[in-house]
Ligand binder design. Structure first.
Ligand code: ACO
Length: 356
């Protein structure tokens, strides 16, 4: 019995594969490095959603219309978001989507995730939500709706690259949650909400905001080695490091570092991040000798989303809107090929004592 199900194969998939020893991520037969930065979010989603949508162009048009519908659904809910964090607000908005099988459901839910992330970000920051523009690409429109101003070509390309980089990643905790819910025939919107609930934890998709908190702490202290050593001595985990499957550097970290380097004016911040990364890796080697811990996707996610002027409270919602593409592909695969997921537990409690 492994309490974290480490190395347990719980599904067969044609969608993605994580090779933790080689530091390789394959999505639908392509290495991540050959997909991210080469394909738009619509291209990559259409590839992942083979059999669900006809073409990237159809998906782009349908997503545009669906974003407008999602905004209309969410508009009356703005007052209900008071007092919630951004990711809690996104959860509330997505929970308002009724379950009901219809052809456009995958596209509607993917569009809704983008609008919900932007709407939740704006409203929880005290700003008015922005109406979608159905003619834009998903990346361009979501970036515009989050920030309130349109990105230039470089920024939209960088954001698109981010969305593709994190869209799918084997049977991670949130995807597993989605597949468990889908296996009960509970319908796609419910399975996506379950996945979001699993993603929001700091051990999974909640890490990039805290990565920037670490940057701030180190900047203030002025000494990365001392700050990191103190954190480890207190028993804290360094956010943006370690992974259940990767025993080497997460390949997504390299893709995102290259992406942020293409944005103008980032050289100093990248040099600062590299110094922190090097100090953290040195310290983790010394403190955690029995376990190889390396940089994961969240470290350079934080740097990239910061460079795009996305508020840190929105980092997890932005991750979620991208991963919704992968969740939906897994939900459909589970619904088509899978069975009810119902493992067993081993009872270690006391047994009733019966009189003889
Ligand atoms: N900093 C310090 N120590 C760590 C870290 C870290 N980032 N990650 C693991 N460890 C240590 C643990 O304390 C533990 O040490 P111990 O045996 O002395 O108690 C040992 O390494 C093994 O840790 P586990 O929790 O068993 O490893 P697991 O595979 O469950 O952890 C996880 C994976 C949750 C990602 C972990 O590395 C972590 O908490 N990282 C920080 C949070 C983070 O960056 N999350 C994003 C992950 S990427 C993603 O989901 C998109």
């Amino acid at each position: 019995m492994r309490s974290g199900l480490d190395n347990v194969i719980a599904a067969e998939t044609v969608l993605s594969h994580v090779d933790g020893e080689a530091g390789r991520l394959i999505i639908r037969g392509l290495d991540l490095e050959d997909l991210a930065g080469h394909a738009t979010f619509e291209d990559a989603t259409a590839m992942l959603w083979e059999g669900i949508v006809k073409s990237p162009d159809d998906l782009k048009a349908e997503l545009g219309q669906a974003r407008v519908h999602a905004y209309e659904r969410f508009k009356p809910l703005a007052a209900n978001l008071n007092g919630l964090t951004t990711v809690e607000a996104m959860r509330l908005l997505l929970s308002s989507i009724p379950d009901g099988a219809h052809d456009r459901e995958p596209t509607d839910v993917l569009a809704a995730a983008g609008v919900a992330a932007a709407f939740a970000t704006r409203v929880t920051q005290g700003d008015d939500p922005i109406v979608p523009d159905a003619n834009l690409s998903h990346a361009a429109d979501v970036l515009r709706m989050i920030r309130g101003n349109a990105g230039d070509t470089e920024e939209v390309t960088a954001f698109d690259t981010y969305l593709v980089t994190v869209m799918d990643h084997g049977l991670n905790a949130s995807t597993f949650a989605a597949r468990v819910v889908a296996s009960t025939a509970a319908a796609l919107p419910s399975a996506v909400v379950a996945a979001l609930c699993a993603l929001k934890g700091p051990l999974h998709g909640g890490a990039p905001g805290p990565v920037l908190d670490m940057f701030d702490g180190i900047e203030k202290a002025g000494n990365a080695d001392a700050w990191i050593a103190d954190a480890l001595k207190r028993g804290e985990r360094l956010m943006g490091f370690g992974h259940r499957v990767y025993r080497v550097r997460d390949p997504r970290a390299n893709v995102l570092k290259t992406t942020v380097a293409k944005l103008k004016g980032r050289a100093n911040r990248i040099a600062f991040a590299e110094a922190i990364e090097a100090a953290a890796l040195r310290a983790l080697r010394d403190f955690k000798t029995e376990r190889r811990l390396d940089t994961n996707v969240e470290f350079y996610t934080a740097l990239l989303l910061e460079a795009l002027n996305i508020p840190r409270e929105a980092f997890t919602p932005v991750f979620a809107l991208a991963r919704t593409s992968g969740w939906i592909a897994h939900i459909r695969e589970q619904e088509t090929n899978g069975r009810l997921i119902r493992p067993q537990s081993r009872y270690v409690g006391t047994w009733p004592v019966k009189a003889a």
